[in-house]
Design a protein around this ligand. Structure first.
Ligand code: GLA
Length: 438
């Protein structure tokens, strides 16, 4: 057999080496392109560091790409079996702790709720409170002291009714949502009258604007001087939109003395004054009900965009007094996305779910509804980075809910009359044993 010269053997050997190397690298990049990057898509969207890690690995050797596949595996989710644990040991999780990286978990309390066992329960579950009534204008405005000032344009306040809540919050490291500065309801008639008299003549627009500023200044300065760091959000204006009243801007006319004496720009004026006196780390909210109603939403957006243009608002308070079916879950998701897209911070300020059914089945249904609402909220935070920063239940236990009627008790909250957690509590905690109601 004829043999090749030695030089040709060398050339052949080099060509085979190059060919083999090419094969190996193609195989490797195919694996990287189709497997590692694909598997890692979600993680890399969330985290730029991960993207860099993956790119580094694509240039590394086989061993490293295997390592990365291990690193990017979805972490095992701890099962949420709070109900089971509670039934076995009587132990509950702490809702505030559970969601501490995402939002405040709050509860509305009235003075009557400051009994020892209620306080213990609140301190063990919540890190935010709202006064159900004690910080509303009719609780805070001091008529005699205002008259004594002898000045039509200045008002005096007295925060004594809110003191138990304030002291309790401070003692327990709990924050407060201030509810509410300017509202058509629970605001005394004399506040709008000459000489702060009951009945008689209304003051002029200019005097009322001065009184509004004086009131907002007094409250904000009182809270921020005496209790710095306690308030994290202010409901500056509550419920100013009422499309049924027929105005083009949707501003509430019926039974609205702010509209009557000042005019439709009372909302903007309130936010202007609140911006002037607000502390640095506090946020200003417009708060309303039925914020998911498409008709109402149109007016809310118009109003809020105007305030955003002036840089005097941070967020929207969605009251969220709901029932078992309304709003639909997709409408609810749409609503959150809509407000989040406007760059608004969102707080759920008065959550309760109306139901008169206290049967086992009825309460499980309620729990499923709470879990569905929480699922939407958590998804919006995780997928769209929606800024939902606080969720407040409008009441602690069923026997003290505004939804109770003399002949028809309601069961809308997380704790029963004896302060035992209900299925709804576990729905709110996203317990795995509770189904989701869509
Ligand atoms: C509205 C108000 C709250 C409270 C509830 C019902 O939502 O904003 O302050 O009065 O109604 O209790």
């Amino acid at each position: 057999m004829k043999t090749l010269p030695k030089r040709n053997y060398l050339i052949l050997l080099c060509m085979s080496l190059v060919f083999m190397f090419t094969l190996i690298s193609c195989g490797k990049s195919e694996k990287n392109d189709n497997t590692v990057v694909e598997d890692n898509k979600d993680a890399s969207i969330e985290n730029n560091e991960d993207v860099n890690d993956v790119n580094d690995v694509n240039n590394d050797d086989e061993q490293d790409s295997d390592d990365i596949e291990e690193v990017i595996e979805e972490p095992e989710k701890e099962p949420n079996l709070f109900l089971e644990k509670y039934q076995e040991t009587g132990e509950l999780p702490n809702l505030a702790e559970l969601y501490k990286d995402k939002f405040y978990v709050g509860v509305a309390l009235a003075q009557i709720d400051f009994s020892k066992n209620k306080k213990d329960l609140v301190a063990s579950q919540f890190n935010s409170i709202t006064c159900e009534n004690e910080m509303k204008p009719d609780a805070v405005l001091d008529r005699n002291a205002s008259i004594a000032l002898g000045d039509e344009e200045s008002v005096a306040i007295n925060m004594n009714r809110a003191l138990p809540a304030i002291l309790f919050a401070e003692e327990n490291g709990i924050k407060i949502r201030y509810h509410t500065l300017v509202w058509h309801a629970q605001t005394p008639d004399w506040f709008f009258n000459v000489g702060f008299k009951d009945g008689g003549e209304r003051v002029s627009r200019d005097v009322m604007i001065a009184r509004m500023e004086s009131f907002i200044k007094e409250v904000m300065e009182y809270m921020n001087t005496n209790h710095p760091g306690l308030i994290y959000a202010w409901d500056v204006v509550n419920e100013a939109i009422s499309p049924g009243d027929g105005r083009e801007d949707g501003i509430r006319v019926t039974d609205n003395k702010w509209f009557e004496v000042v005019g439709p720009d009372y909302v903007e004026l309130a936010f202007t004054f609140a911006s002037k006196y607000v502390a640095e780390d506090q946020k200003l909210f417009y708060n309303d009900y039925q914020t998911y109603d498409k008709g109402k939403m149109f007016y809310l957006i118009k109003l809020i965009e105007g305030l955003q243009e002036k840089g005097i608002i941070d967020g929207i308070g969605m009251q969220d007094h709901m029932d078992l079916t309304n709003p639909g879950i997709l409408d609810y998701q749409y609503t959150i996305n809509k407000y989040a897209d406007m760059g608004l911070e969102i707080q759920v300020t008065e959550l309760d779910i109306n139901t008169t059914d206290n049967s086992e089945e009825g309460q499980k249904r309620l729990a499923s509804r709470y879990k569905a609402i929480m699922t939407i909220i958590l998804n919006c935070i995780e997928r769209n980075d929606s800024k939902i920063t606080s969720i407040t239940l409008w009441g602690l236990s069923d026997n003290r809910s505004w939804l109770n009627k003399p002949d028809t008790p309601n069961y809308p909250l997380l704790f029963d009359k004896d302060l035992n957690p209900k299925y709804s509590y576990f729905g709110m905690a996203m317990d795995d044993s509770i189904s989701i109601a869509y």
